[in-house]
Write a protein that binds this ligand. Structure first.
Ligand code: NAD
Length: 280
């Protein structure tokens, strides 16, 4: 139990990556507050974890929602050690040319208000509690925080902005509060939704054959599940092991960035070599 006695607040903790983080943090001994707009998702969390979690229904675009979540977290569990900014939406890789002129301003505002402002407001609301606990912040980024084609310009721009915020906040808030990011690639088990402005609010990423697509792309050979991503969140939240860690973002994407010009290496080279009885 590597997070015994720790208290976390996770935004978007009612589904996908956030839900897996909550499940893992509780299993590691933490108590967790969750801010999410899904009442049904929060009910399911309460059913699964009882007194180990407190669920707050709200919208990450509103400062008041974050303040309420922090207040309930501190009231219930006495403190806040780790804030995980995680709630997000996707643009389903909509190209600029396909975003209608009469919706682009609203689409931009929707993307940045959830994926960027939603993270910043969480830190603003949690600042005093995090200062008191000498705590830390973890933002879920994405491969789109580094590379193209993991989204359209709206999503890629927003995730790059998150990387910038991590660096600036790590600088501003140190040495009291650490700020880091984790950048997953495709997440198995996610229910990631699209922008309402583009008519994608009810579209789930589970309808995209992401697993198949990534098999040909990732040097690790397959997309990871949400559960398989949680180890890094535990590590980043573990006080004893992160003395030198702030302002960093972990590329946690199956090696997307090292593939470069080619398809993924499917292991043929080493298979052919060693299956023929050769030695290194
Ligand atoms: N799914 C992927 O393949 C993938 C890949 C890389 C990064 N990410 C990132 O992971 C994070 C989590 O996404 P996910 O894939 O788990 O999606 P998800 O839809 O499965 O979970 C997101 C949760 O956030 C909540 N949420 C969304 N907007 C909200 C708002 N305005 N206010 C409050 N709650 C809100 C939803 O209700 C949901 O419970 C996001 O930041 C996303 O950009 C996802």
């Amino acid at each position: 139990m590597r997070l015994n006695g720790e208290v976390a607040l996770v935004t978007g903790g009612a589904a996908g990556m956030g839900r897996a983080i909550v499940d893992r943090f509780v299993a590691e001994g933490a108590r967790v507050a969750v801010l999410d707009r899904s009442a049904a998702g929060l009910d399911a969390l309460r059913e699964a974890h009882g007194d180990s979690i407190v669920g707050v229904e709200g919208d990450v675009r509103e400062l008041e929602s974050h303040k309420e979540a922090v207040a309930q977290c501190v009231e219930t569990f006495g403190k806040l050690d780790t804030l995980v900014g995680n709630a997000g939406v996707w643009d389903y890789s909509t190209a600029l040319v396909d975003i209608p002129e009469d919706r682009i301003v609203e689409a931009f505002d929707e993307m940045f208000s959830i994926n960027v402002k939603g993270y910043l407001l969480g830190v603003k609301a949690g600042l005093e509690a995090l200062y008191a606990s000498k705590g830390n912040v973890i933002f879920t980024v994405s491969n789109a925080g580094f590379y193209t084609a993991g989204g359209g310009a709206l999503y890629t721009g927003a995730k790059h902005a998150v990387v910038g915020m991590i660096k600036q906040l790590a600088y501003e808030l140190g040495p009291h509060i650490r700020v880091n990011g984790i950048a997953p690639g495709g997440i198995g088990g996610s229910d990631l939704r699209g922008l309402r402005t583009l008519g994608l609010a009810d579209t789930s990423i589970s309808t995209v054959p992401l697993g198949e697509m990534l098999t040909d792309i990732l040097p690790t050979g397959r997309m990871a599940t949400a559960e398989e991503y949680t180890g890094a969140y535990v590590f980043f939240a573990t006080r004893a092991e992160i003395q030198p860690l702030t302002g960093s973002v972990l590329n946690y994407d199956g090696g997307m960035g090292v593939r470069g010009f080619t398809e993924a290496n499917r292991g043929d080279l080493l298979d052919q070599h060693f299956k023929m009885g050769a030695t290194a």
